[in-house]
Design a protein around this ligand. Structure first.
Ligand code: GDP
Ligand code: IMO
Ligand code: MG
Length: 425
């Protein structure tokens, strides 16, 4: 019996999960997405090509790997169809090749979920979450409110009736907002996409994944978003609506906690956040702008500028604890190539105290980061392909992080391409 390895983000998302899942996928028989939905944008680059995946697991480009969209994911059929159509145009057809399966118990995002998301954000004005407007929150609300529609429902004879019943509820809620909308076009696209997703095999993800383990096959669970966006432990209410942590892999696929193997925690050599909410190490100055430009920090899903700041060790320690991280993966080291000095937040000053953990309230009382200065390496690392060629000062930075975080850094990423990845130790 094998175990499920997990790869997830330790910051506020966009750490580079897609790239590393793609790099690791040849070692796995199954890649399984366990939560979130098309709010995710996972970027993969190889052979001079670039792909952004929203719902599809990032193992899709590996010939021998199966891919599962798990029960914890919320699926927008229109977006999933578009993703698959675009892949097909680029010469990849995972459906025809039988490389993609979907959990029957995954919930469906309806066009009215998106409208509710937009109406709610519009009403919140300057206090808005900064949602990706993909209908994520309202869909998970219907799931926990026991009103939702699931992939498996699409094959039931009364699917349309169930759909209409839920949409009536949504229209009733929308009538309380000052919000104009036109549903007809989206609805037509939705039903066309539903017919399409019926052609993708539906499975019970709990039996499917455990079946792989029983056969001794290797499974990697792919997270979306990041730990600091977790519904329970993130910077609430500026979070997403699912559990982005290792626990979410158990509920989002149907695997027991004792089936979890390695937990790969992925982080950027600095930190970013997109959307609203607290960000203690944010740099609202030309240094932050420099990180944004050099790191191309613009959202893969929405194109929004990402907020940038220095690495935050109290936040990383918290994420490591919550997830049981066994190995770290450091991304985008190359973005810091030009800096004379970089900084790491080791503590916060909060309410007159120096602390090394994330306090409950970081919204009304913003923690002030205590920063440690670290020498930059001032070397182009994008072509480094041997551990021996890693500049000494970058190696020192990694050693410093390992000492602080008490977890080894297993991989180092020095550019967006698949090949710009080094295995350390
Ligand atoms: P994900 O959501 O965690 O999969 O990450 P995103 O794809 O949203 O954002 C990561 C961005 O950084 C993408 O544009 C990647 O192509 C890019 N990227 C990944 N690793 C590296 C790296 O090591 N260096 C640089 N410069 N870019 C990287
Ligand atoms: P990946 O998987 C970064 C953010 C949004 C917003 C908040 C809630 O690419 O790392 P939602 O649409 O979920 O209701 O938005 O969460 N957010 C992300 N930020 N990367 C993501 O995914 C994100 N998915 C959601 O910007 O602040
Ligand atoms: Mg992303």
């Amino acid at each position: 019996m094998t175990q499920v390895d997990v790869l997830l983000g330790l910051q506020w998302g966009d750490e580079g999960k897609g790239k590393i899942v793609d790099v690791l996928s040849p070692q796995y028989d199954l890649i399984a997405r366990f939560q979130g939905g098309p709010n995710a944008g996972h970027t993969l680059e190889f052979d001079g090509k670039k792909f952004v995946l929203n719902t599809i697991p990032s193992g899709i480009f590996n010939e021998k790997t199966m891919n599962l969209i798990g029960n914890g994911v919320v699926i927008d059929p229109i977006i999933l169809k578009r993703e698959l159509d675009n892949l097909k145009k680029a010469g990849h057809d995972p459906v025809a090749k039988g490389k993609l399966v979907i959990a029957r118990k995954a919930h469906l995002i309806l066009p009215t979920h998106q409208l509710l998301d937009a109406a709610n954000e519009q009403k919140m004005g300057k206090d808005k979450i900064g949602s990706t407007l993909k209908g994520i929150g309202p869909t998970y609300m219907d799931k926990t409110g026991r009103n939702g529609l699931r992939v498996g429902d699409t094959t039931l004879p009364d699917f349309k009736d169930r759909y209409n019943k839920l949409v009536e509820k949504h229209k009733e809620i929308l009538s309380h907002y000052e919000f104009e909308y036109d549903l007809a076009e989206k609805e037509a696209a939705f039903f066309e996409a539903i017919e399409f997703i019926k052609t993708i095999p539906h499975v019970d993800s709990e039996h499917y994944v455990n079946g792989f383990l029983k056969e001794g096959k290797k499974v990697l669970a792919e997270g979306a978003q990041g730990t600091l966006l977790d519904i329970d432990f993130g910077s609430y209410p500026f979070v997403t609506s699912s559990n982005t942590t290792t626990a979410g892999a158990c509920t989002g696929l149907g695997i027991a906690p004792n089936k979890i193997g390695h937990v790969y925690g992925i982080f950027k050599a600095y930190c970013t956040r997109v959307g609203g909410g607290p960000f203690p190490t944010e740099l609202d100055d030309e240094v932050g702008e420099n990180l944004r430009q050099v790191g191309h920090e613009f959202g893969a899903t929405t194109g929004r500028a990402r907020r940038c700041g220095w690495i935050d060790l109290p936040a990383l320690k918290y994420a490591i604890m919550l997830n049981g991280v066994t190995e770290l993966i450091m991304m985008k080291a190359d973005v810091l190539d030009g800096f004379d000095t970089i900084y790491a937040c080791t503590h916060y000053e909060h309410n007159g105290e120096t602390i090394d953990y994330m306090p409950y309230d970081i919204i009304s009382v913003k923690p002030t980061p205590v920063l440690k200065a670290i020498d930059g390496w001032k070397t182009d690392v994008t072509k480094v392909n041997k551990v021996a060629d890693i500049p000494a000062k970058l190696a020192d930075y990694i050693a410093f992080l390992e000492k602080e975080l008490q977890v080894p850094v297993k991989f180092l990423s020095v550019g967006p391409d698949r090949v710009q990845t080094l295995e350390l130790n």
